[in-house]
Design a binder for this molecule. Structure first.
Ligand SMILES: NC(=O)c1ccc[n+]([C@@H]2O[C@H](COP(=O)([O-])OP(=O)(O)OC[C@H]3O[C@@H](n4cnc5c(N)ncnc54)[C@H](OP(=O)(O)O)[C@@H]3O)[C@@H](O)[C@H]2O)c1
Length: 221
């Protein structure tokens, strides 16, 4: 995020205001996880594949007895996910979509050819249930959530975040319509979330912070 707490511009343009070091840091975090999780808007806007570069990160995964790549998980309530997005053009790891029966049939037919669909009857995806399914059905123990803000806030409100990796980049954007880490909502979080700073690293003009989220309520049903 920027110095003034923004994670994108008011146009929600693809994010490219951090250094190469930060991108390597993102890959490093992604490479630790069994699954990488992304919200529909971020997927659509940034059109990412959610892969890993060749080399050490993947070799270390193999040594840890993980699959070569994390499985890729997309969250969407409405389910209108375009099957021409880049993520669907690469099959290096399974793609799992959590959505609802609101997903139009046309999209269901197209997406079930390229991803496993989990469609719930409820209006919205139950994020805790999603994590349970990932654990029980896909043997996922660690999830790296790459945002965006709406998804992050949803997980945070439900006490489902353990750790936050935050890079502060040397810019300020201003503007009430550019989202912060927790989105654009004017509502307060149900309770303030206490973060414990466990690591801080300065590289060039950026600051790499690692927080452990305190009081995270665990739902281990
Ligand atoms: N600076 C950074 O590190 C960073 C990181 C990530 C993203 N971003 C930026 O953030 C912007 C996108 O922000 P955003 O808040 O709109 O992103 P988002 O959280 O990726 O996407 C929101 C959409 O994802 C789905 N979604 C989110 N939470 C959900 C939940 N609890 N249950 C079911 N579906 C859920 C919904 O999809 P449907 O509408 O399909 O129902 C929702 O409209 C982009 O510009 C992106 O570049 C920045």
């Amino acid at each position: 995020m920027t110095v003034d707490g923004k994670v994108t511009t008011r146009n929600f343009s693809p994010v490219d205001f951090t250094s190469r070091e930060d991108k390597l840091h993102l890959f490093g975090q992604r490479a630790l996880a069994d699954a990488v999780l992304i919200g529909h808007s971020t997927l659509k806007r940034d059109n990412v594949r959610l892969g890993l570069p060749q080399g050490e990160l993947r070799e270390r995964r193999t040594k840890r007895r993980q699959t070569a790549y994390p499985i890729r998980v997309i969250v969407s309530n409405k389910g209108k996910i375009d099957n021409r997005l880049k993520i669907f053009q690469s099959d290096f790891s399974p793609i799992v979509i959590f959505s609802t029966k609101r997903m139009p049939r046309k999209y269901q037919q197209a997406l079930q050819k390229v991803a496993a669909l989990h469609l719930s009857d409820a209006q919205d995806v139950d994020l805790a249930a999603m994590l349970r399914t990932l654990r029980d059905k896909y043997k996922v123990r660690t999830v790296a959530c790459e945002g965006g803000p709406l998804l992050f806030r949803g997980l945070l409100e439900r006490g489902l975040i353990d750790q936050l990796n935050l890079t502060i980049a040397p810019y300020m954007f201003g503007g009430a319509n550019a989202p912060t880490l927790t989105g654009l909502s004017k509502e307060f979080l149900p309770a303030s979330v206490h973060c414990a700073l466990i690591d801080m690293r300065v590289v060039g003009e950026e600051c790499f912070l690692t927080y452990r989220i305190k009081h995270a309520r665990r739902r281990s049903k």
